[in-house]
Design a protein around this ligand. Sequence first.
Ligand SMILES: Cc1ncc(COP(=O)(O)O)c(C=O)c1O
Length: 376
Amino acid sequence: MAEPHLPVFQPHIGVDTIKAVVDAFDVGWLGMGATTQAFEKQIEAYLGCEPRRVLATNTGTSALHLALAVAGVGPGDEVITPSFNFVADHMAIRACGAEPVLCDIRDDDLGADPASVASLIGPKTKAIIPLHMAGIPCRIDEIYALAREHRLRVIEDATHAFGTRVGGKAIGAGGDLTCFSFDPVKVITSIDGGAVVVRGQEELAVAQQIRILGIDKDTVERYKNTRAWEYDVLRDGQRYHLTNINASIGVSQMKRVDEFISSRQRTCRRYSAAFRGLPGVTLPATDFTDVSPFIYFLRVPAARRLPFIEALRARNIATGIHFLPSHKFTVAQKWRQSAMPVTERVCEEIVTLPLHSNMPDQLADRVIEAVTELLR
Ligand SMILES: Cc1ncc(COP(=O)(O)O)c(C=O)c1O
């Protein structure tokens, strides 16, 4: 008998989360409210990011757009980010009327290559968006050194890296602006949702206004589960706030975040131990200490990737590809970009394997058995 379908992603929604949603409906205030604020406070405490402040958003993409707006990115500006990235980053830059400029990545951590970033910095450059791919930290100190030298803002795309620590500190606890995603497949989810970490109270006030249509008092009122009937509109804004219902899911997931991360680390370590030494295979360059793994990926020789994916599919094991090279997209043809030797190679080799929070060993064993048999 065929084994059941094994998906790449499997959100971990327990009875605790379901109860949290029912309780949130019982409160009767469905939109942004007190639970949204509770979620923000919980994230601040978890990251240990004081005096930085956390602002919850309705997606990770809106978190990126909001962060760019707070950084003052606008028409005529350029923002450097890897081609090896989800198109959400590129579209967030475009939403500001700015131009994405695409850099290459390093072969080890698959994050922005500081040399490639440096080669692209020009008079219009306003910010850099480095990505911590799969939860693995990129060379962030070198990116900050470049930013200091050229007076640029840095928006860390930590949508894959909620809970990853660098030098003993959570990503988001230091640095400039940081964005997270809590979409359905991330380590914790609020179904859709995200967050921006800003540098302090002043930026928080601006970000809160941009988050809700530029309105001055709405956030303060809604955090009391009430509405402001008289208000001013201070600036251009979006409708990017997170609802109480989504936040209630986030709050319940946050209570289990350490359990989710350590279970994922354990599965990743079992994968890496089993796959080490397979011919032509490159593993993630980490032992997963301090890494909050969003996905587990392998790199296989380009010519073997499609047959490998199909052979896994025949065994009902799903795979993914993170990412397609953005510089090849039609829309990207007019964007400035560096040479992409590493991006092009990695994009032909990379395969994402199933990784879930609290993934039963017997499911991971199915993957291990199939991969080792196919690639040995
Ligand atoms: C690298 C990267 N940045 C940004 C996003 C956008 O996050 P969201 O799906 O919450 O909008 C994603 C989503 O997977 C992503 O992979």
